[in-house]
Design a protein around this ligand. Structure first.
Ligand code: ATP
Ligand code: MG
Length: 886
């Protein structure tokens, strides 16, 4: 059975039994900050199990993309050596949200495995939690498993919990014997060796655990199951390892071919090949889901996986980027099941290639640094690389620890690992403190404002208007010694936070900055400098009291800075249009990676593997301006998430959306889910101008642009700069072509003048030599002379000219600059065996307070003491004598 048939037979089996098929959620959990990546099929359904949200149907079935590289499930180190563990894998799962329970869960699994997948009963075993008699009896009753193949196991393997507190319960796992033809072995030996392979885990969510660890039965117990597609495929395709299945074999073979190897010939190399084949899946799927390589969070995990693959590639002998070449192979294997792979393939290849290049360069450069440190230390008689140095190499050059260790080993050096750990610990401590402080400050503010009583979400009235005459002050806070403190009033001169029952101030979110403006009341005024909100929708107005006093329960008027808000709205709508235009110019693989919408500018980050060409940039500007000129009215409606997505609304990656969502439609141009503020009609945007387009991280580009009045101002600024420039150059008159011509003439003239000056300087110094400068030492002609200040390359030319003029001899020239001095020595080839320019400079430069050196025929030095130049030149004769005497 091909893997695609396994996926569809699973979905079909459960669909026939009343389960709603649910497409895989992205690897990055939506609106769940507690988890870096989806690591099981149940992740997207968490809120249904917790009762926080109502499921659209009480039964669901899915094939979920999973990644187990961090947190509770981390299989990363095991990937490569293990034939059945991956970083990225697909989990087949059926779910019951308070609907059916153990009996159906077991029956469904048994029927699917034995009837649809037709695995012989004598290859199967099951485990249950040791105290779960109910599950044990069900297995006995519903399956044909003999008692000796139903194993009771402990908490570690067969009790599942969502977290420290919350839903939990016993589980039951299904195992397959991979070698039924061999004599049976004990349960422990068989599971340990991997011969008895766990393919499916059924979790019976039956209790809730509280803080004290007490278990309370759930009124409506639930079912969560997970079967690894790769393991099921190995069993159904009759192979020993997941890597031999149709999911992996083509990738493995392609990797081996690139390395000039064959899979299965050498155990160590096979491990590396498996790592590479596994990691190309994880890396590609992460990129396809919008994760970008970076130095923290998800981006860092992605970079680590990618680098782990590349390091294994280095072990196989790759000396340059290779990993990206496997992306198209993966596309062939999985592209039809996961359309996002095809859509992002080109961008992924480019991003991976860039990352690889950087990493190969890092390792090459870092290795040289390690080598030179080792040489230095060896000179000092030690053979240990101190932790501090190893850490510096790791920290500043980004050189992986393993590579430092490997090089050290080759050089028979040890690495002070304890010292390294200590440095690492210190660095982490510093970073942890910094982020914690920031989090604490926001959390403290939230805490103080909320107090014990519940605080309702602030009603936002600001989409339609920017003023309200009558809002009530609900809470007030200020800062005391840097800590927030709840107060009942604020007076002129104080800074603080105001919470109201309703507001027209937009709180920063979705890239749009918070509004500014004023809060007004009888005899008083507060300036709103920023607006933020917390996760439950309470809006904080950060204020500075300018006049009077504000207290709780007072009624106040609100006025948002109207012009600024209008400017922000122009930029927000323009951002949506830019997104649509980019997709038209560069294709659908362009993905938004972030945005900033402020009154004075907009910033749009997107993933793409290269910068825009000039024509593309102009095409983008043209498209946006054309859509602006069409002056179409925006249609903004609130509807259910399902409806919105069905209508084709683009949901932005990593944003959290509730059940009801707001869609912003620029008819004929773009449809996005967005909670921000927009113009009524695109015509309001006026003019759109791109200010810059550049790379901000590997694979991520940033467009900065201006609209409306700011665009007009930008044109004026450019015009003024141009006027200023032409005026200063004295080419103000005439049309543009004439000005260009004049500018060219100016440049040409400047060039001519410089050349003329150079010629004159040369003439000046190389003219007839004066007797006192030229001398003979032991029959060698020696010339020492001060020359007028000139750029370094010209000094070299002068020394060169003088040397050729001598035919055979030694030249030393010096030039005084402002607070510095240059010395150049040149020796004709026939004499370098007796007098060396480098040594001359070494001997002379200390006189002028400097140092330097160079080749035997040519050397240069600088000094800081111009007044000593005559002394240095006077010493030339002796210096040459000394050298000849050696
Ligand atoms: P194991 O003990 O083999 O690591 P597990 O107990 O961690 O497995 P579960 O968390 O119960 O596995 O996940 C359910 C199913 O998902 C497993 O039965 C297996 O088929 C599959 N699975 C789990 N981890 C991986 C992995 N790293 N790679 C591939 N498949 C996996
Ligand atoms: Mg595991």
């Amino acid at each position: 059975m091909k893997s695609q048939e396994i996926r569809s037979s699973f979905l079909e089996f459960f669909r026939e039994r009343g389960h709603r098929p649910s497409p895989s959620a992205p690897l990055v959990p939506q609106g769940d900050a507690t988890l870096l990546f989806a690591n099981a099929g149940m992740v997207p359904f968490k809120n249904f199990f917790l009762g926080a949200e109502k499921p659209p149907s009480p039964r669901a079935v899915s094939v979920q993309k999973c990644l187990r590289v961090s947190g509770k499930h981390n299989d990363l180190e095991n990937v490569g050596p293990s034939p059945r563990h991956h970083t990225f894998f697909e989990m087949l799962g059926n779910f019951s949200f308070g609907d059916y329970f153990k009996e159906d869960a077991i029956r469904f699994a048994w029927d699917l495995i034995t009837r649809v997948w037709k695995l012989p009963v004598d290859r199967l075993s099951a485990t249950v939690y040791e105290e779960d008699d109910e599950a044990y009896d069900l297995w006995r009753r519903l399956s044909d498993l003999p008692a000796e193949r139903i194993h009771r196991c402990g908490k570690k393997d067969n009790f599942w919990a969502m977290g420290e507190t919350g839903p939990c319960g016993p589980s039951s796992e299904i195992f397959v014997d991979l070698h039924p033809e061999q004599p049976a072995v004990s349960w422990d030996a068989g599971t340990e060796s991997g011969r008895y392979l766990e393919i499916w885990n059924l979790v019976f969510m039956q209790y809730v655990r509280d803080e004290e660890g007490n278990l309370t039965p759930l009124p409506n117990p639930s079912i969560d199951t997970g079967a690894g597609l790769e393991r099921v495929a190995a069993v159904l395709q009759g192979v020993d390892s997941n890597y031999e299945t149709d999911l992996f074999r083509p990738i493995l073979d392609a990797a081996a071919a690139l390395a000039g190897l064959r899979y299965g010939q050498d155990q160590d190399k096979d491990v590396s090949l498996r790592v590479i084949a596994d990691h190309v899946r994880a890396v590609s799927f992460l990129l396809a889901d919008g994760v970008i390589p970076g130095n923290e969070g998800r981006g860092y995990v992605l970079r680590r996986i990618l680098r782990r693959a590349v390091r294994h590639g280095m072990r196989l002998g790759f000396e340059g980027p290779f990993f990206h070449k496997l992306v198209p192979v993966l596309g062939e294997v999985m592209g039809s099941a996961y359309l996002e792979l095809a859509e992002t393939r080109q961008a992924s290849v480019a991003t991976i290639h860039a990352e690889e290049e950087k990493f190969f360069a890092t390792v090459a450069n870092g290795s040289r640094q390690v080598q030179s440190e080792i040489e230095r230390l060896r000179g000092e008689g030690t053979s240990i690389l101190p932790g501090e140095i190893a850490f510096r190499l790791y920290d500043t050059y980004g050189l992986p620890r393993e590579i430092i260790r490997e090089i050290a080993e080759e050089e028979r050096f040890g690495v002070d690992e304890a010292g390294f750990e200590e440095m690492l610990r210190k660095q982490r401590e510093v970073a942890r403190k910094a982020t914690q402080e920031l989090q604490n400050r926001m959390a403290a503010l939230r805490e103080v404002i909320r107090g014990h009583a519940e605080l309702a979400e602030t009603r936002f009235e600001g989409y339609e208007r920017t003023e309200i005459a009558d809002a009530e002050v609900v809470r007030l806070a200020t800062w005391k010694d840097g800590a927030p403190e709840r107060v009942s009033n604020l007076s002129a001169g104080q800074a603080g936070v105001v919470v109201l029952d309703q507001t027209v101030f937009y709180a920063e979110s979705g890239g749009q900055v918070g509004d500014t403006g004023e809060i007004l009341w009888d005899g008083g005024r507060a300036r709103v400098v920023d607006t933020q909100k917390d996760s439950s929708g309470v809006i904080f107005h950060f204020v500075e009291l300018e006049q009077g006093q504000i207290s709780r329960h007072m009624r106040v008027a609100l006025r948002v800075d109207h012009e600024l808000r209008l400017a922000t709205q122009r930029n927000h709508t323009a951002t949506h249009i830019v997104h649509a235009a980019l997709r038209q110019v560069l294709g659908k693989s362009v993905r938004q990676a972030g945005s900033l919408v402020a009154p004075d500018r907009l910033r749009f980050d997107y993933t793409y593997h290269r910068g825009l060409f000039r024509q593309e940039m102009e095409k983008l500007e043209d498209l946006v301006n054309e859509w602006v000129r069409r002056a179409v009215g925006l249609e903004i409606v609130t509807r259910s998430y399902q409806e919105a997505v069905a209508a084709g609304a683009m949901a932005l990656f990593g944003e959290k959306y509730g059940e009801r969502v707001r869609t912003v439609n620029v008819p004929g141009v773009s449809l996005e889910l967005c909670g921000g503020c927009h113009v009524r009609n695109t015509g309001e945007i006026g003019l759109f101008l791109v200010e810059s387009e550049r790379g901000v991280a590997s694979g991520v580009r940033r467009i900065e642009a201006v609209t409306g009045d700011y665009a007009l101002q930008e044109v004026r600024r450019q015009r003024a700069a141009y006027d200023e420039l032409t005026q200063r150059l004295g080419i103000r008159s005439g049309d543009f072509d004439q000005q260009l011509q004049k500018a060219e003439q100016l440049r040409q003239r400047q060039n001519d003048l410089e050349n003329e000056m150079k010629r004159l300087r040369m003439q000046l110094v190389s003219g007839a030599t004066q007797a006192e400068e030229e001398m003979t030492v032991d029959g060698i002609r020696v010339l020492a002379r001060e020359v007028p200040p000139a750029p370094a390359n010209e000094l070299r030319d002068i020394a060169d000219a003088l040397r050729s003029k001598l035919g055979s001899g030694v030249v030393v020239i010096g030039a005084r600059g402002d607070g510095n001095v240059s010395l150049v020595a040149a020796v004709t080839k026939d004499l370098t065996g007796r007098v060396r320019a480098g040594d001359l400079v070494k001997r002379l430069s200390p006189i002028v307070g400097g140092g330097g050196g160079g080749r035997p025929d040519f050397a240069q030095a600088g000094g800081k003491d111009p007044d000593k130049l005559p002394e240095a030149l006077a010493a030339v004769k002796d210096a040459v004598k000394e050298q000849l005497a050696r």
